[in-house]
Write a protein that binds this ligand. Structure first.
Ligand code: URA
Length: 234
């Protein structure tokens, strides 16, 4: 890969800026100053130094975000702040996108990446990846609802696959964990509406085998650890 492209992909500046750094002799490859922006670097084997910092090239990045309410799961939006706006300039990469969607008022686990294949594997309807939500609803939750979720609910456009409902508390306001296999528009809210309740709080706490890190405050994110990533890529 060209050294100027390499530096841009690592977010070291615009193409114009990195060309300047290169011409000024601020880049070394395997210890030697490189002054040609078109120099071909082997991103997996060469040691690249940028103003005395040794760079590591990761083509893909994977961030676990604890999405706050009020931001949309999109890369850009005319009216609202997006989840990509929460990424700090130093962590930005070309092509970052949210892996799936949470409603504007839903909080919790959202992966942000530039790896389209991972996104496909997690989101493809044929893969039936489990997603678990913690939910608070207006209205009582009963054992019969557990059975209804298990059997599948007829929504306006499809019948849900067997879902696991675990009631945490019940009363005028109830709380539960629910695990679903699809990810259709407003699915969890529609499932609870179907049984006569109303979702007032929705938080995704797990996707596949990836659990939301409880140390992340809403709006915060961190890179996935290697063990988390390798389990996800399995
Ligand atoms: N189901 C919903 O209704 N909303 C979400 O944001 C996610 C799942």
């Amino acid at each position: 890969m060209r050294i100027d492209k390499y530096l841009c992909e690592l977010n070291k500046g615009t193409r114009k800026e990195v060309k300047e750094y290169i011409k000024k002799g601020q880049i070394r490859v395997n210890g030697n100053i490189v002054k040609d922006p078109g120099y071909k670097v082997d991103e997996n084997n060469d040691t690249v130094e940028f103003i005395n910092e040794i760079l590591t090239y990761n083509k893909f990045v994977y961030y676990m975000l604890n999405k706050p309410a009020g931001v949309v799961s999109a890369t850009e939006d005319k009216h609202d702040k997006t989840v990509i706006d929460l990424i700090k300039p130093e962590d930005m990469r070309p092509g970052l996108f949210p892996v799936g969607r949470l409603d504007k008022d839903t909080v919790g686990l959202l992966l942000i990446s530039n790896d389209g294949e991972l996104a496909h594997n997690l989101l493809s309807p044929t893969k039936h990846v489990d997603k678990t939500y913690f939910v608070k609803v207006k209205g009582a939750l009963k054992q019969e609802h557990v059975e209804m979720f298990r059997q599948g609910l007829q929504l306006s456009d499809f019948i849900t696959k067997p879902a696991i409902l675990e009631i945490v508390s019940t009363g005028e306001q109830s709380s539960a964990k629910v695990t679903i296999k699809e990810g259709k528009f407003h699915q969890v809210k529609r499932m609870f509406a179907k049984i006569g309740t109303e979702v007032v709080y929705l938080e995704r706490i797990q996707m596949a085998n990836l659990k939301l890190d409880e140390h992340l405050l809403q709006g915060e994110y961190r890179a996935l650890r290697n063990d988390e990533l390798s389990k996800l890529l399995d």
